[in-house]
Write a protein of this length. Structure first.
Length: 120
């Protein structure tokens, strides 16, 4: 499991076309990707299972805990991105609730655009 950040502080300022914003790039793929939004209510859980394909979970609201194949839970919050490799066992839980965008594709290389925060 790897954890990346997409906070404003790691983004790039864009001024092209008279723009004024910061973009925090997450992923670029050339192969098909499935993108969805997961809504976990208070005490929600995505049960312990193997990733069918490489998977990014982009936390856009709330906070919770993730774990990989060990028993160690790692705290995650809005602004964190969790990456699991194909076949990696993992689980996500939350006490207060959590909303995340999930990106699944055979071709995901998050380290090409984001800075690693935690590698477990």
């Amino acid at each position: 499991m790897e954890i990346y950040g997409f906070d404003k502080e790691v983004g790039t300022h864009i001024s092209k076309f008279n723009s004024d914003f910061i973009i925090s790039r997450i992923i670029k793929t050339t192969m098909p990707a499935h993108i969805g939004c997961m809504h976990l209510e208070a005490s929600g859980i995505i049960g312990y299972h193997q990733a069918v394909v490489p998977q990014l979970v982009v936390i856009v609201n709330g906070e919770g805990w993730v774990r990989g194949e060990g028993d160690t839970n790692i705290f995650v919050k809005k602004g964190d991105v969790v990456f699991w490799k194909k076949g990696e066992w993992h689980e996500t839980t939350t006490d207060m609730g959590l909303t995340a965008i999930v990106i699944e594709s055979e071709e995901l290389n998050p380290s090409s655009l984001m800075t690693l925060k935690v590698n477990n």
